[in-house]
Design a protein. Sequence first.
Length: 145
Amino acid sequence: MGEKHKSFISEGDEELERIKEKKLKQLIARIRQKETEMPNKPVHVTDSNFNEIITKNSLALIDFWASWCGPCLALAPIIDELAEEYAGKVFVGKLNVDENPRTAKLFQVFSIPTLVVMKNGREVDRIVGVVPKKYIETTLRKYME
């Protein structure tokens, strides 16, 4: 093989490496973006960020709770598990009703804990009180694509 062919092949290899590197960077960026969009821990939701979060995430589970609420504290480990297990599929958020009364009032949350399932920005289901994890999972699966 002549020098001309070797030069052409090595230039092709360099170009291929540049393409691979570019594609890898794009893939890593998409993965990082997904991680920030759908974290594996419940996200603190407030009156001010509620609409943005609901609009941004096609399926969300919002836990309306308060720090003084015993049943809310009993449900908290289950909410943590759901956030981890459904990361990338369901956005899980926690909204403290004492700190964010506007959203709690808007959704007519009269008892806590209340779990509101949002799909495409609209409430599609609601669970009030402490329930087993399987019950919440069954409810979520109804709305997963």
